[in-house]
Design a protein around this ligand. Structure first.
Ligand code: SAM
Length: 192
């Protein structure tokens, strides 16, 4: 059993378990090796759907393999494109958009998510979210460029109108070495 408060991905799941429902349409904005895509596909069930994005072909290959092993491939669309273009692929309201930022462990550490494209993708996500839908963003600052990305995300989210969005952060207060941060955004009503 995972320790509840050790990894930001596990903490995220404490929230997601109460947010995701069978039949939901959701987005994995950073597919990577597909752990999150597989988790989302299991949670939304056979009537749900997952759109999953990455700019690396190797990410699509390893995710496809994972999904096929579990017979989940029919409920997932794997897209080889940046999340900043998600609006070109999704024309339905979604319940949840997951971002797990930074680089893919055990792959090219130079391929990282970047401030401008991340913010663009968050803006698209705000538009695509249905009321009470959630954006979950796991943010890492230990790699070059990570702090800049975090700062631009915070500059953007701190100005979101509280009558339209709830914005929550979770973080480790007593950890050394650039602990990760989790940000959750709930859309309270229609966003114009
Ligand atoms: N969620 C993943 C998993 O379960 O394995 C891990 C994600 S990893 C920390 C971050 C991923 O974001 C990398 O695979 C990287 O290629 C991808 N990425 C970088 N820029 C991107 C972009 N503009 N759009 C979508 N994905 C991007």
């Amino acid at each position: 059993k995972a320790k509840y408060l050790t990894k930001i991905t596990d903490i995220n799941k404490l929230y997601l378990e109460n947010i995701l429902n069978e039949g939901d349409i959701v987005v994995d904005a950073t597919m990577g090796n597909g752990y999150d895509t597989k988790y989302l596909a299991q949670k939304v069930g056979k009537d749900g759907f997952v759109y999953s994005f990455d700019v690396q072909e190797s990410a699509l290959k390893s995710t496809e393999k994972k999904l096929k092993k579990e017979n989940l491939e029919d409920r997932v669309k794997l897209v080889l494109d940046g999340h900043e273009n998600m609006d070109k692929y999704i024309d339905k309201e979604v319940s949840c958009v997951l971002f797990n930022l930074g680089y893919l462990p055990r792959a090219d550490h130079m391929i990282i998510t970047k401030p401008e494209t991340t913010i663009q993708a968050i803006k698209h996500s705000l538009n695509l979210l249905k009321p009470h839908g959630i954006i979950s963003i796991s943010i890492y600052t230990g790699h070059p460029g990570g702090i800049e990305e975090k700062n631009s995300i915070y500059d953007f989210i701190k100005d979101l109108d509280q009558s339209e969005f709830n914005v929550l952060e979770s973080g480790f207060v007593n950890q050394i070495n650039n602990p990760p941060q989790l940000v959750l955004i709930e859309k309270k009503k229609e966003y114009i």
